[in-house]
Ligand binder design. Structure first.
Ligand code: FA5
Length: 341
């Protein structure tokens, strides 16, 4: 700038420069192009700010007016940059929302709700029915002692009845309970000889068994126990018939067969099938009158009280209830199975 100090020349140049930069801003085709203009024309080393530094060489009376003019030019350019940048932003936003592949009003993809496992459903139904009859729901440990799983249930060691249930033994000498019957003893002991005692005990049981369509190694039972003065086989039959007809809506046939269980006398097995069908009978539960030795072991006086007990397989009940053909589906964890319930 050879003519620094010539006020009119600098003013002219300021006007020209402002117009040129405004044109460049206007012509910028992208946000990057805008940034480039900002970096050169409005930078400290750019021509505009260079003019600021030249002010000191101007005649004193022109300095203030020229300084103001440069500041105004700078403000004008920054405002133009700002509004151009905003135009780019809103164009970008409009392009994004105009993309018809994205419709914010469309319902979202269904995530799929959870389902209760058929075993859980049947267990809850059974619990509700028994609670309506004055039974309470109790629990017992899955890892049991030999004493509770066998001895107190009138199954001494070396008794062939131990082979009826293939047992999973732990290194500690304890067992994975093979049935829910040990909870009978725990409930009696807690009752401390007091009757009436009416409990059910749902839970998992474990057997070292070969799996097939009706046998699992891990399955569920619901134990039932009712002890009072004068309880008879008629009560056993009455309660079980009532419960099963509530559970199945009175549409099943029931068959009682005499059966040996060491902890009951007399003992029975109950089979069921859909009424009027020629389905095969499905073994559903074992039951009987609590053996006097078992009552004694639980702290009850067999000369004063009597009781009935039963143990039903929940898998078999659920299979009947929902028409499930293979027990192995129950533990499959397959969502195609679970989604049906
Ligand atoms: C018992 O476990 C006796 N504790 C039942 C009992 C209790 C009898 C009280 C008398 C008094 P059992 O081994 O039969 O009996 O099994 C009872 C029920 O569990 C069977 O009727 C059947 O429904 C079911 N069950 C037995 N084994 C299996 C298995 N491997 N898979 C699925 N369900 C089974």
């Amino acid at each position: 700038m050879g003519d620094v100090g010539a006020g009119p020349g600098m003013k002219q140049r300021l006007q020209t420069l402002t117009r040129e930069v405004l044109e460049r801003i206007d012509a910028a085709g992208s946000e990057e192009a805008l940034e480039a203009i900002e970096r050169t024309d409005l930078a400290r080393k750019g021509e505009l700010l260079g003019m600021m530094r030249g002010i000191k060489d101007l005649p004193a009376e022109e300095r203030s007016a020229f300084g103001q003019a440069v500041n105004e030019a700078r403000a004008t350019l920054e405002a133009a940059l700002g509004s151009k940048r905003e135009a780019f932003l809103s164009a970008r936003h409009a392009a994004e929302t105009a993309d018809t592949r994205f419709d914010p009003s469309e319902p979202s993809i269904a995530v799929g709700g959870g389902h209760l496992h058929p075993i859980t459903r049947v267990r809850r139904e059974i619990e509700a029915i028994f609670m309506g009859l004055g039974f309470s729901v109790v629990d017992g440990p899955e890892v049991e002692t030999e004493r509770f799983n066998f001895d107190l249930l009138n199954i001494p060691s070396h008794h062939p009845a131990r082979d009826m249930q293939d047992t999973m033994w732990l290194e500690s000498g304890q067992v994975m309970r093979t049935h829910t019957s040990p909870v009978q003893l725990r409930a009696m002991m807690r009752a401390n000889g007091k009757v009436p005692l009416r409990v059910i005990a749902p839970g998992r049981v474990f057997r070292n068994e070969q799996q097939d369509a009706t046998h699992e190694h891990t399955f569920h039972q619901v134990e039932g126990l009712m002890i009072d003065e004068g309880v008879s086989v008629a009560d056993l039959k009455g309660v079980l018939t009532l419960v099963l007809s509530r559970l199945f809506g009175g549409t099943v046939e029931v068959r009682l067969r005499p059966h040996y269980f060491p902890f009951v006398e007399p003992g029975f097995e109950l089979d069921m099938r859909r009424a009027g069908s020629d389905d095969t009978w499905l073994e559903m539960l074992g039951c009987g009158m609590v053996h006097p030795e078992v009552l004694k072991g639980g702290g009850m006086d067999p000369t004063r009280v009597s009781g009935f007990a039963f143990g039903m397989g929940l898998e078999r009940l659920a299979m009947m209830r929902y028409g499930i053909e293979d027990v192995r589906w129950m533990m499959s964890g397959d969502p195609r199975f679970l989604q049906q319930f």
